[in-house]
Design a protein around this ligand. Sequence first.
Ligand SMILES: Cc1cc2nc3c(=O)[nH]c(=O)nc-3n(C[C@H](O)[C@H](O)[C@H](O)COP(=O)(O)OP(=O)(O)OC[C@H]3O[C@@H](n4cnc5c(N)ncnc54)[C@H](O)[C@@H]3O)c2cc1C
Length: 511
Amino acid sequence: MSTPNEHGAIPANENTASGSGRTASRLPRRTLLKAAGATTLVTATGTAAARAAAAAELKNDFDVIVVGAGLAGVTAARELKAQGKRVLLLEARNRIGGRTWTDTYQGQQIERGGAWVDPLQPYVWRELNRYKLPIIADAGVERSILPTLDGFKEYDPTEAYARQKELFTPFFEDGNREYFERPYEPLYREDLVRRHDGFSLRDRLDQLRYAPEDEIRLTSTTSLYGGSSKRGALTHLTQWWALSGWNFDGFHGVNTYRPKDGTISLLKAILAEAAPTLRLNSPVASVEQDGSRVRVVTRAGQQFVAPEVIMAVPVNVWKTIRFTPELPQAHRTASTAGIGVPHEKKLWLDLKRPADRFVAEAPEGHPICIMGRFDVGQPVVAFSVKDTFDVRDRRQVEAAVKDILPDAQLLSYTAHDWHADEFALGVGAFRQPFQLTRLHRDIQKPHGRVKFAGGDIADGWSGYMDGAVESGIRVAGGKPLTAAEIGRLTSAAALRAPQVDRRLYRSMSAF
Ligand SMILES: Cc1cc2nc3c(=O)[nH]c(=O)nc-3n(C[C@H](O)[C@H](O)[C@H](O)COP(=O)(O)OP(=O)(O)OC[C@H]3O[C@@H](n4cnc5c(N)ncnc54)[C@H](O)[C@@H]3O)c2cc1C
């Protein structure tokens, strides 16, 4: 285990906005490109002349330009390749993966972004099976620490699970089986969804008039997912409940499993099959279209032209790119208001004490919503959605941890502030009230020759990796799964994963 750094604060580059920095040298970029069969690479560091030559050379070589090499972008590229299309994939960062980011800390593999996958998530699960990527289950927890009106108390995890189940079930027993009759088609019963879409998670808590000692146990979840209970829409969490099988067991157990070799193993596998021309370090500044073609210009001034463009960047980022003609009103409204949850940070803590496997939840407003250690020897993972919580300030981090675990001894930590990350501007999607009924359908629509993809605008598991894959397939003209296929893929029989007691887990997907 390491010791605290000299100044008691983590190095600034661990919080960098772009998510670039030290990972750059570690990620095997050239290997990646080789694996991907990439044919061309000109980085932003190339000479102006080389850039100009490359731009000219590339000008008309592509059928489609995909912007953004996250899960949605690489999936779209693969689907296009299967149709015989020539694809240019432009990525702003020096790595692929976007809001998934496999890294190392204290010699251990960590995920700075999305981590967990689940058999209830058919698109991503099918991909893992397709590439035969090994899946592991976390070990689960030995104790649960929950907030009470008298401070934090420790519970047996199965006891805590049973009580949370009693408390959470009524939260969703509000006719959702009718209004999300088809959870992968969230507007199938738009007439009914409309009645609920204006409610925030806070509204629902108020409506149910939980006793204060009960409510305090629920706000870790409602604040974490919504960004705050007031921000998050009831219909988004209810849709996840519906996708989880309309019960607490499914909801609570997502996410128990992880790709053994990290989310990057999935990204690399898809990219290798897609074999696009990949350009890293190529943030797109503007997208201009006329009746027959689209011109994409990077910040470095490189220009690419194709008949079609797929923007696979986060919704929150759309507003930072200049579109000509400008984006339709719905797209502008969604990007300005944001769909990706704001202010979220993910931390990995090296705690000398406690060393066991635990999960701790905190009430709304606490700097840390939830933290836990899921395998002995692994660092503790923690999530925050508090805007004033500065993860660069070690004192703030230590105080927040000690408030929940007074005996904790923090040796060191690393963190990423996804809100400050200019190519994310938030974490995964969690819609606000009215965004489903007023914006969802419109922001999926193309803007002329420009299409949109991403986990933020998926129909099913929006906000998860599953949604990113779904959206990438859909936008590239691939075949979305039918209800029967989803049923088959998510059935118990299809569960090719280690069997575990799902009560010992706690949904930590965190956005
Ligand atoms: C902290 C955290 C925890 C999460 N936990 C989970 C989890 O446990 N399970 C789960 O399923 N999901 C989780 N998610 C959500 C999941 O990671 C995302 O929903 C999913 O990865 C989104 O994929 P995407 O391709 O739509 O977007 P992204 O991954 O964001 O990809 C978009 C790409 O576009 C690039 N880009 C942005 N701007 C530009 C530009 N101007 N020019 C060129 N490229 C640009 C970005 O760099 C990025 O690579 C989590 C996310 C975070 C951040």
